[in-house]
Design a protein around this ligand. Sequence first.
Ligand code: SF4
Length: 300
Amino acid sequence: MQLEPYVNTLGRHLKSRFGTRVRKLSLHAGFTCPNRDGTLGRGGCTFCSVLSFSEDKAEESVSAQIAARRAELKRATRYLAYFQAYTNTYAEVEELRRLYAAAVVDADIVGLCVGTRPDCVPDAVLEILADYRAQGFEVWLELGLQSAHDATLARINRGHGFAAYADAVARAQRYDVPVCAHLILGLPGETTAMMHETHARVLALGVEGLKLHPLMIVKGCRMAAEYARGETLPPTLPDYAAIAADLIRRTPPEVVFHRITATAREPTLIAPDWCYTSFPAANAIAVNLAAYGGQGRALR
Ligand code: SF4
């Protein structure tokens, strides 16, 4: 079932802006993360596994990765360079400037997406991104928040609280840099009401994009041991589809959904088994939205 009649997807947003299909090219530019290298902590967030990042990619230059990913993607003529792996603002400013510039050399690269932690967004980075936006590039600062509840953030070892997110968003707004907040649904100890509260607090601060993920247990993450002991369970497909659809209905129509579910590669994923592909969740969410109303419906 098609999502786009019911959700303002990134694909729909980009098609309307550029008049053609635009795809994201995921890059691994060799960054690390302060929650792994000992600056903030070691071991990282309890749901995160380095096995999810293709380390062999980091050996390739940004331009070589772009060429390789572009060749893999069919039916697109324009692309966004997506700095995805680890914390993509965690380097000296001149190094960031060089890496971002290397990604937008070709004329078919029409934008830049930078994924990072809320506590790693200095004004100098916002200045760089604002400059690309002023040149006409599609620009997104993708902030991993996961939950607005500090107790949950502590439990999953994020190493930052909600205040860091609020501060990064306020400064991004001063630079007119659009923010996409990443939220995980089904984190340990979280009720449906808590997930609604996270969503409401993110909307209240102002946000241009959202990315919804189900909690996934992947090999190599610290949560895998909690899962093996039966202490942490990912959401079921019906539960995930119901809460994701409800949050979409409560989201203003102009907010762009970069994703409404997530996948992991076959050898890496432990659970839930419906996350090998995005189809089961996307279809279940579309069915729910078709029945009960699409994005923004619950705001009318
Ligand atoms: S999820 Fe992001 S912030 Fe957390 S350990 Fe992994 S790379 Fe670092």
